[in-house]
Design a protein around this ligand. Structure first.
Ligand code: 5RP
Length: 237
């Protein structure tokens, strides 16, 4: 029996495909992480094969690096290209201001660096990622933490009103270890009223490498839904 893919996967793929249309010859690209960004990476590979598109890419994780290699996407580094033309990435939640929670896949630090180094950032997701307020539906803010500091950071997160949960690895015992050799604390704050303030507060805790609040980073959000795709700009919600 043929396996039917659900609307969400189709929607994610359609959003990714639309974003990849904006890739131009000669671009240095940031490759995001997660299942939606993976559709974009495969689509970039397709354009390279079919159109002889010339691009170089900086991956944001080992997942992105391996997938880019499989798809014969030439790789480069931030050392060589500290300025990136376009990054395409996914998100866990997106609000009306195009602020986001990212890091469900634990790649938040490199994702934030690569996005910050980019002239343009396009976020691709299915429409269920769009929320009125970040943090609703029990969505945590991932915080990458130096292992040495994990208990101290957990206590500081509590002082900020969050419930810290050390992320466990799924197929290895013990904590998740990021591509940078750190731990991830998922910090549950509930609905976040002032995301930029919380971003700055988390950032200022010693031992915190980075947090998953991405504020004023996305330029365009392309959402896939049952009825097709739509592009969101700050004023159109
Ligand atoms: C990884 C991320 C991902 O972009 C985010 O978790 C969304 O993933 P998906 O597209 O699989 O829902 O931030 O750190």
């Amino acid at each position: 029996m043929k396996h039917e893919i659900g609307w969400k996967e189709k929607a994610k793929r359609a959003a990714a495909k639309e974003a990849v249309k904006r890739v131009e010859d000669g671009f240095v690209l940031g490759l995001g992480s997660g299942s939606t960004a993976a559709y974009a990476i495969r689509e970039i590979g397709k354009r390279i094969r079919e159109e002889k598109l010339k691009v170089w890419a900086v991956p944001t994780s080992y997942q992105a690096l391996l997938l880019a290699t499989e798809n014969h996407i030439p790789l480069t580094t931030l050392y060589e290209h500290p300025e990136i033309d376009l990054t395409i990435d996914g998100a866990d939640q997106i609000d009306a201001e195009l602020n986001m929670i990212k890091g469900g896949g634990g790649a938040l630090t490199r994702e934030k660096i690569v996005a910050s180094a980019s002239k343009k950032v396009i976020i691709v997701a299915d429409e269920t990622k769009l929320v009125k307020k970040l943090g609703v539906n029990n969505c945590p803010v991932p915080v990458e933490v130096l292992p040495f500091a994990v208990s101290y950071v957990a206590r500081e997160i509590e002082k900020l009103g969050g419930k810290p949960v050390l992320r466990k690895s799924e197929s290895k015992v013990g904590p998740t270890v990021t591509d940078n050799g750190n731990f991830v604390i998922d910090a549950y704050f509930g609905s976040i009223e002032t995301p930029d303030k919380l971003r700055a507060e988390l950032k200022s805790v010693s031992g915190v490498i980075e947090n998953g609040l991405f504020i004023h980073i996305a330029d365009i959000v392309i959402l896939g839904g049952k009825e097709g795709i739509r592009e969101i700009k700050k004023t159109s919600i």
